[in-house]
Write a protein that binds this ligand. Structure first.
Ligand code: ZN
Ligand code: ZN
Length: 140
């Protein structure tokens, strides 16, 4: 039986906290979504979400507010700081999609695909200089 790992996360202000449990295969169930809705909801070029079976999400504190972004999907965010933490399909209530940016340590997640790539800001230039921090603005 594959080993299961616990990952913790939460919104920016810390009111909403959660733990998810998953195995190695689960870590790969993440997609970079470039759809218009994900871009608008985050203000970012794309949103990366991890599919998690609902029973594997354990809410430790806080309550999220739900925004129905389309007839088929809803996005749940912290009413205090605005962090989007959860995405769900109305027709697929047994699975929640956790925004990997909300994880405390997202390094173990291995996104396996880009979706709605035609709608986004592609192609990415992977040859751009990479910095471990932003020396122009060190205080975030
Ligand atoms: Zn918050
Ligand atoms: Zn999307």
């Amino acid at each position: 039986m594959p080993s299961r790992e616990s990952l913790t996360g939460g919104c920016l202000c810390g009111q909403y906290r959660y733990t998810i449990t998953m195995d190695d295969a689960g870590m790969k169930q993440a997609s970079h979504c470039h759809c218009r809705f994900c871009r608008k909801a985050t203000g970012c070029a794309f949103l990366t979400c991890l599919a998690v079976p609902l029973p594997d999400l354990h809410v430790a504190s806080g309550t999220l507010q739900v925004y129905h972004s389309s007839p088929t999907a809803q996005r749940s965010f912290c009413p205090t700081c605005g962090s989007q933490v959860v995405f769900t399909y109305v027709a697929q209530p047994a699975v929640v999609y956790i925004t990997i940016g909300s994880l405390d340590e997202p390094h173990s997640i291995q996104p396996s695909r880009h979706i709605f790539a035609d709608n986004g800001i592609l192609p990415f230039d992977l040859s751009l200089p990479t910095h471990r921090q932003n020396s122009d603005s060190p205080l975030l």
